[in-house]
Design a protein around this ligand. Sequence first.
Ligand code: NAD
Ligand code: TYD
Length: 336
Amino acid sequence: MSKILITGGAGFIGSNFVRMLLLGSDHQLVNLDALTYAGNLENLADVERHPRYVFVRGDIADAAAMAKVFAEHRPEVVVHFAAESHVDRSVLDASAFVRTNLQGTQVLLDQSRAQQVRRFVHVSTDEVYGSLGAWGYFTEQTPIQPNSPYSASKAGSDLLVRAAVHTHHLDCVTTRCSNNYGPFQFPEKLIPLMIANALEGKKLPVYGDGKNVRDWIHVADHCEGIKKAMEHGAAGEVYNFGGDAERENLTVVKEILRLLGKGEDLIHYVKDRPGHDRRYAMDSSKARALLGWTPRHTFESGLRQTVEWYVANRAWWQRVRSGEYQAYYERLYGGR
Ligand code: NAD
Ligand code: TYD
């Protein structure tokens, strides 16, 4: 049993990871989250009273606050999810991305070193590799060539982690994963946004020609990969995770409409995202060979389950779509 500090555990992937470890391990968990627009404690309502779980509200970029959290809780392992995570928001304003993803990561690395944390797991993304043409896959050797302010801030955080390994010999493992989908994803990302809009009879905004390709992975498969990297990854290494499920956006959107029994007339082509990466596709052979990891969900069954989850949990996404989100939606899509 270890004491694990999980940052960003109230967000989409972090909350799925917290639940997985509470139900499937004997680790003690400290969930550290600032509760930004994307952080929602409701995501963990079913486990919030678990005896091996505690929540702490805090901003990872606040060094003094983090020094207190580390001194009080003395984590042995840190799993770092907390980030500003949405590309479109980074196009509108990158400042929070620089603060949280860069400064926040460095604060956590400094505290981990000061408090002699045994292992630091840094959760990153395939987007640091840039964009692919029609062929090929990202491997761990692919050069880092981020194109959006979001991916640039994540790439910078990966390099800060690399520097902590080389300069200070901190034991860090970096995971890079493709696009996640599943329960509790904030309905600003493609799949939950399209499901929620279709359920409300609203237009489904498809960027550009709809032929951009993403490699979709179920969040549970990603969480399993992070757990394996935490337990068996080698210090200083990077591991790629992908779902082997490349789909054009339009194919995904049409499948969602089919599953909901809605017509394709809801599809609305809008102006393309500036700097829109054309294709992502992951080569996960290193994680398969060295961590014994393999994704369990097919995209077809995972998407069906996800659509069912959003149908059954309408109150959850209607609540998170109120307030601040409404203003953001108007700002992003209003002119398109
Ligand atoms: P999310 O936006 O749903 O959650 C982010 C969480 O971080 C929220 O709970 C938020 O409150 C918290 N947070 C933000 N700023 C903070 C700060 N300054 N201090 C403390 N907490 C803060 O994001 P997600 O989709 O769950 O992604 C989690 C991680 O996984 C991110 O690092 C992201 O880059 C990475 N990732 C995401 C995907 C994906 O498809 N969603 C794919 C690969 C990697
Ligand atoms: P997104 O879920 O924002 O993830 P990322 O940009 O990190 O890959 O977008 C996935 C794909 O869907 C991407 O090619 C952009 C596209 N997209 C739309 O066409 N319309 C939308 O409203 C959104 C949010 C995304």
